[in-house]
Design a protein around this ligand. Structure first.
Ligand code: X5A
Ligand code: ZN
Length: 628
């Protein structure tokens, strides 16, 4: 937020994202000499539009006031206020002239907190009406079961409920053509046969009479989320929407998507809030080609997508989903594709892509807002993705992203077709947005060879555009480990029936899906240990300093001194003699004990002999029975 304060009494002039006051009342300004600023620089058109008319008509127009928009944006993003004092100059001729004094100050205002959750069951009111094995996985239960699971974990009540609205035609047309909008609109009154005919004009799409209404709600829900975050009402949030968006294009529905919710949101955020850098992270297992097309030439939107690719043999079968599609014209370097050439990618492969591709580039990009095309078909058990990432992986991905853009993140549902995997992963995402502690990540921690090759290739392709990749040694590999294998498989496919035909058909669940259900049931119980009642404990030497700590921190009393002496003397009697060392040790062990007994999440101990204390801490952990 940014507020211009005039002489520290009238707080209103330049707001960034926050709603404007109903009127600018000049009577609130005590001295005649001072007046309110009625208009802002021309560069601020998007804000200017929303300025209320000043009541005082004699206010001077200040045109060339904020020319350094970029500088100002930085102030705004960091809670600085621009204090402005405007005073009338006395000129000999009696002409009006004004002095402007400007000063930048830090506003001691709390950062936005809270997580928005946007959901409306009206978005479950459309479904596939005929037989289509390609589309029958996209069902209303996707939303229902995700929301049920959020309720089950008591996450709904911890979020701030934000209502949905319809996206307006103007908003939809930030990305789509009016001709296409009319086509979608016309499906409202169609009968089944007509609906089927329109659907056939597109790839992997079905229409229902309620599709148009839901698609407008999906856009509106996404924009409500952007508004909630940008206005500072919440820090982050998630919108559970149907239909998804990332495949849809200016003139076409595609892959269950009708309007491109996230692309529209990015255009909207640029216009409405004057944002200059937006990061879109598309962790859905499919390539969001629709988003890529919209922003290909736009350096203000950095688009990252990983996707099942298999050397262009996986849907949507596009050449431009490969790692060498880096963007075009001014947008070169702002499109990051990580194509997965094998199925079965898991936690370590996803984290490696974050560590070695997305995060270095994103930190260099410095986004002001993050939009996540949050598809969970990249999770374990999904019939489309055939990948292996477990739900807690999405907690970690979310956690890394909220370190950017002041934590301003909007997650918007895309795909995800294994109901249990989808809902558990949605819950892990929301929990992390609420800043619950993360479950440790499970499984093998080394990425597979094919993942390493893909990662190396994107890094190579982007080397010219990012400082963080400048020293990358590798140039793209052409002989990939998966290629020869792929060739053989392709030949086999040609001579046999389609191998995935037995996957999840209709209502009968595949054995594979049931296996994942069972696995997740016990896996989630294992990893979701109860959250300790106290987050942070502190053991400090001078208890008189305790009031300096935040109120939520629990101050620890040392361990019983006599007890400690016996523990220590068994290990190293020399230490017991040293009063200072003993005190340090007491602090460390007091905190450690609380962590081991799961009474607190973490803690800090003041210690003057850290290395000795650490040795003891380790020993204490072994005695406690920790092995790793
Ligand atoms: C949003 C999404 C997938 C379409 C797959 C068509 N679409 N085979 O996940
Ligand atoms: Zn998908």
């Amino acid at each position: 937020m940014c507020v211009a304060v005039r002489d520290s009494c009238a707080p209103l002039l330049l707001c960034h994202g926050l709603s404007w006051p109903d009127s600018l009342d000049c009577d609130r300004f005590p001295a005649d000499e001072d007046m309110c600023l009625a208009s802002l620089s021309k560069e601020y058109k998007h804000i200017h539009k929303e300025l209320p008319k000043p009541i005082c008509q004699t206010c001077p127009a200040v045109e060339e006031f904020f020319t350094q928009k970029r500088v100002l944006d930085v102030f705004c993003a960091n809670n600085f206020a621009v204090k402005v004092k405007l005073s009338k100059k006395r000129t000999v001729s009696g002409d009006q002239a004004y002095n402007i004094e400007c000063q930048v100050e830090f506003i001691n205002q709390a950062m936005a907190s809270g997580t928005a959750l946007i959901y409306d069951d009206e978005m479950t009111s459309y479904k596939l009406l005929w037989d289509d094995p390609e589309c029958d996985i996209e069902v209303p239960e996707r939303l229902l079961s995700s929301y049920e699971q959020l309720k089950h974990y008591h996450l709904v009540e911890r979020c701030i409920h934000v209502p949905v609205r319809e996206g307006t035609e103007e908003e939809i047309m930030l990305v789509h053509s009016s001709e296409y909008l009319e086509v979608v609109k016309s499906t409202q009154t169609m009968n089944e046969e007509e609906l089927q005919r329109v659907s056939e004009n597109y790839d992997a799409v079905y229409f229902h009479p309620n599709t148009y209404r839901c698609a407008k709600l999906a856009v509106g829900a996404t924009l409500q989320l952007v508004d909630s975050v940008m206005s500072g009402k919440v820090c982050n949030g998630m919108a559970l929407v149907r239909p998804p968006g990332h495949h849809s294009q200016r003139n076409a529905a595609n892959g269950f998507c009708v309007f491109n919710n996230v692309a529209i949101a990015a255009q909207y955020a640029k216009r409405r809030y004057g944002l200059q850098r937006i990061l879109i992270v598309d962790w859905d297992v499919h390539h969001g080609q629709g988003i890529q097309y919209v922003f290909e030439e736009d350096p203000s939107v950095l688009y990252f997508s990983w996707h099942r690719y298999e050397h262009q043999r996986f849907w949507p079968l596009l050449r431009e989903s490969d790692y060498d599609a880096v963007g075009q014209g001014k947008g070169k370097g702002f499109n990051l594709n990580v194509p997965w050439n094998k199925v079965g990618m898991g936690n370590s492969d996803y984290l490696a892509a974050f560590f070695h591709v997305l995060l270095p580039v994103a930190f260099e990009f410095v986004p002001e807002l993050i939009l996540v095309s949050s598809g969970y078909d990249s999770g374990i058990g999904d019939p489309e993705g055939q990948m292996n990432a477990t739900p807690e992986c999405f907690a970690h991905l979310t956690h890394f992203l909220i370190q950017l853009a002041n934590g301003r993140l909007c997650a918007v549902l895309e795909g995800g077709y294994h109901l249990k995997s989808l809902s558990e992963s949605v819950c892990m995402t929301v929990k992390t947005l609420l800043r619950d502690p993360l479950p440790p990540i499970s499984g093998e921690m080394a990425p597979c060879l094919s993942a390493i090759e893909s990662i190396q290739n994107v890094r190579g392709a982007h080397k010219p555009y990012w400082k963080c990749l400048m020293y990358e040694e590798a140039t793209p590999l052409h002989d990939l480990s998966t290629k020869s294998q792929q060739m053989m498989e392709a030949e086999l496919i040609q001579t046999s029936t389609h191998p995935t035909a037995e996957q999840a058909v209709g209502t009968t669940k595949s054995d594979e899906a049931i296996k994942t259900d069972r696995f997740l049931e016990s896996h989630m119980k294992k990893i979701l240990s109860p959250v300790p009642p106290v987050k942070t404990a502190a053991a400090i030497v001078s208890k008189a300093d305790a009031h300096l700590l935040p109120v939520s921190v629990q101050v620890e009393m040392e361990m019983n001194a006599q007890e400690l002496k016996t523990v220590v003397s068994a290990f190293d009697a020399e230490l017991v003699k040293e009063e200072k060392a003993l005190l340090s040790l007491q602090n460390v062990l007091a905190v450690l004990d609380k962590i081991l007994k799961k009474k607190v999440c973490n803690g800090i101990a003041e210690s003057s002999v850290a290395s000795v204390s650490t040795t003891f801490a380790l020993k204490h952990c072994f005695d406690f029975g920790l092995q790793r």
